[in-house]
Design a protein around this ligand. Sequence first.
Ligand SMILES: NC(=O)c1ccc[n+]([C@@H]2O[C@H](COP(=O)([O-])OP(=O)(O)OC[C@H]3O[C@@H](n4cnc5c(N)ncnc54)[C@H](OP(=O)(O)O)[C@@H]3O)[C@@H](O)[C@H]2O)c1
Length: 250
Amino acid sequence: MSSRALITGSSSGIGFSYANYLKNKGWYLDLVSENKERLKKSKENLNYENASFHSEDLSKNESIKNIVDNFQTPDLIVANAGVAINGAIGQLSEQEKNDAYYLMCGGVIDLIEGFVPKMIKNGGGRIVIISSIGAITAMPKSSIYSSIKSGIYAYGKSISAELKDKNISVTISLPGYVRTEAHKRAGLDHLEKKIPSWMWVNAYQVVKETEKASKNGKTEIIPGKVYRFTKPFLKFKSAISIWQSITKRN
Ligand SMILES: NC(=O)c1ccc[n+]([C@@H]2O[C@H](COP(=O)([O-])OP(=O)(O)OC[C@H]3O[C@@H](n4cnc5c(N)ncnc54)[C@H](OP(=O)(O)O)[C@@H]3O)[C@@H](O)[C@H]2O)c1
């Protein structure tokens, strides 16, 4: 029997690439995104009979409740949906902050906590959380995003240890700059020109390295050689100031 994966944020970027990767391995897929037009396009592009497409606003807890109550229990959860929310201190509204926190942190926790007892009952599985290198790096003018990604990273690390003897692996992926639609959608187009090409990783690379890490039971992975090389330097003042000038938000 084929395995079943639940992927959030599957209409584009890393989530779509994950769906495509698992399609090629014959998985059954439950794919969740919100925007109906984009969902339809992704359905046409994926062109896969063993995939079900669902439109849910994952920044709302009733959507997560619906998924946990009604979807088949997955063997793999890929908690990926997200937005590159950005803004200087005080610029984001209460609503924007709450929605982003639930979409990329609180809702991910509710989704995982909703399914873990059922996964244990089924004998185990894998959980992948797409966080960001922003979880471990200062991101001026994206402090809310960085704190959200940091929160879900801490949660993932703790449950990874907690679930070790339950046959459930938890892997947190911390990508750097990935060529997707995220920056354009967040009004950060200038980064596409400003950030040198060697700092961009493609979505397929993120998926390939993240899947490998998950299958090997690794708790975290920074996809892309360039970021693995850079990470140890990010504790030095001079490296931090170079990083921040390259990635500066307008
Ligand atoms: N791109 C990067 O440089 C980068 C770096 C580090 C981490 N990440 C993380 O990677 C993940 C995927 O981002 P991406 O770069 O692949 O961006 P993307 O191409 O913009 O894809 C984002 C996905 O999330 C979905 N989504 C957004 N808000 C949603 C909501 N309220 N309810 C349901 N689905 C929602 C989108 O669906 P709709 O079609 O409905 O909008 C889309 O499928 C995010 O968590 C992001 O923070 C990205």
